[in-house]
Design a protein around this ligand. Structure first.
Ligand SMILES: [Zn+2]
Length: 74
């Protein structure tokens, strides 16, 4: 099992409160093209340290506060 699988996310992030990584959410910015009838997100999205993050345990904070799994490899 890879670390990404054991941690629960591709980035090796762990919640600083409950030390789990399988129920984290982050606020992402998404580029969306404007069309006459609405918008179409093109799939590219990004987040970084100052982005808001939260965990199912109730923790709320910033991405920069998340812990990194020690043995995470690319
Ligand atoms: Zn948590």
């Amino acid at each position: 099992m890879s670390t990404a699988e054991s941690v629960g996310n591709q980035f090796g992030y762990l919640c600083p409160k409950c030390k789990q990584g399988d129920d984290l959410s982050v606020v992402v910015q998404v580029w969306a093209k404007l069309f006459p009838d609405g918008t179409d997100a093109d799939g590219d999205h990004e987040f970084d340290g100052p982005s808001s993050a939260k965990c199912a345990c109730g923790w709320n904070g910033k991405v920069s506060q998340l812990l990194l799994a020690d043995d995470f490899e690319d």
